[in-house]
Design a protein around this ligand. Structure first.
Ligand SMILES: NC(=O)c1ccc[n+]([C@@H]2O[C@H](COP(=O)([O-])OP(=O)(O)OC[C@H]3O[C@@H](n4cnc5c(N)ncnc54)[C@H](O)[C@@H]3O)[C@@H](O)[C@H]2O)c1
Length: 337
């Protein structure tokens, strides 16, 4: 039994991690400012005396210090996320992702608390050296292209963490690759899966950016959480970086076809130029596949959920939740009439 701090615990991945930790009997504090996260994701724990929500920012020094002080273990997931959000709010995102993480790391170091840090496959940028190895080179575009600020800020987080590690801080860095599952949120990480499911439900065109032949890997959230938990338990993982992703590659067009098949949607697949969605300040990465040899060897990380099965579970969740959201909207309209 541990006292655990989860920053970003009201978010998509964070709330699944909170579920897991509470189920195994830990006492959990969630520090979240609810920008992209939501109380709905954690409301089923509202009556659990071993769970506490602190609503506030990782930029708030005194809040972070207190939360770190009270914990034995920290999972740092809070971040400004989502390519579109980053492109539209680059400065604010850099400040949260660099200063916020600096603040959490500083207090973890001060009070000697073990910390697991969420990084991203984005740090590899547009490198073609696939599959990506943790010690491989990175390739980022120009600083005039806002998209790369997220990769740059996550990379700075990693540099800070590794330097604290060299001063004795037990820290593990995890690079997540496109995680999806129930509670997926199109407004947050902005994953293409959430967008396709919504469009498929509405029989709207499923909009594929660019050619659709971009290659991506999609990881079911249960598999991601298993890797996150295991990274916090294995001594050998400290001071190291791990790719956490399902290495099976998919083109975005094939993903769209699969969503269409499972939802039995009548949607057409339509191609939209990047600039119509993200503006001119955008570049994409053609192929992104993780090498998970190291995660497999040290963390025993074995992503098990096939995309088709994971999508079925996600689509079922979306169907139930979109329906209940629609019912609530309808009820509110009737009440206000
Ligand atoms: N979902 C993915 O596929 C993916 C891929 C790569 C990396 N990641 C990383 O994993 C972590 C979790 O991502 P997620 O997909 O669950 O996204 P999410 O948006 O659902 O979770 C992020 C959480 O951080 C909170 N937050 C944002 N700014 C904050 C601040 N200043 N103070 C406190 N809380 C703040 C948000 O409210 C949200 O609950 C992030 O660090 C993200 O960069 C996710």
């Amino acid at each position: 039994m541990k006292r655990v701090l989860v920053t970003g615990g009201a978010g998509f991945i964070g709330s699944h991690l909170v579920d897991y930790l509470l189920k195994r009997g830990d006492t959990v504090t969630c520090l979240d400012n609810l920008t992209t996260g939501s109380r709905v994701n954690i409301e089923h724990h509202a009556k659990n005396k071993q769970f506490k929500v602190v609503e506030g920012s990782i930029l708030n020094e005194s809040l972070v210090e207190q939360a770190v002080l009270e914990a034995d273990l920290i999972f740092h997931l809070a971040a400004a996320v989502g390519v579109r959000h980053i492109v539209q709010n680059p400065l604010e995102s850099i400040i949260v992702n660099v200063e916020g993480t600096a603040c959490v790391l500083r207090y973890a170091h001060k009070y000697k608390k073990k910390i697991v840090l969420a990084s991203s496959s984005e740090v590899y940028g547009k490198s073609n050296a696939v599959p990506y190895r943790e010690d491989g080179d990175r390739l980022l575009g120009s600083t005039t292209i806002n998209r790369w600020s997220y990769a740059a800020s996550k990379a700075i987080d990693e540099h800070m963490a590794l330097n604290y590690a060299s001063q004795g801080l037990p820290v593990v860095i995890l690079r997540f690759f496109n995680t999806y599952g129930p509670r997926i949120n199109e407004q947050a990480y902005g994953t293409v899966i959430a967008q396709f499911i919504r469009q498929a439900f509405l029989n709207d065109p499923m909009t594929v950016h660019g050619s659709g032949y971009q290659v991506r890997c999609f990881t079911y959230v249960e598999d991601t959480v298993a890797g996150v938990v295991s990274s916090s338990e294995i001594k050998e993982a400290e001071g190291q970086i791990f790719n956490l992703g399902n290495p099976r590659p998919w083109t975005v067009v094939d993903l769209a076809q699969l969503v269409k098949k499972i939802t039995r949607s009548k949607s057409e697949i339509s191609h939209v130029p990047y600039k119509d969605y993200y503006g001119l300040s955008y570049e994409d990465t053609p192929i992104r596949i993780p090498d998970i040899t190291k995660a497999h060897q040290i963390l025993d990380f074995n992503p098990e959920i096939h995309l088709e099965e994971g999508l079925r579970r996600t689509i079922n969740w979306c169907r139930e939740n979109y329906q209940s959201a629609r019912n609530t909207q309808k009820k509110n309209r009737i009440l206000s009439d």
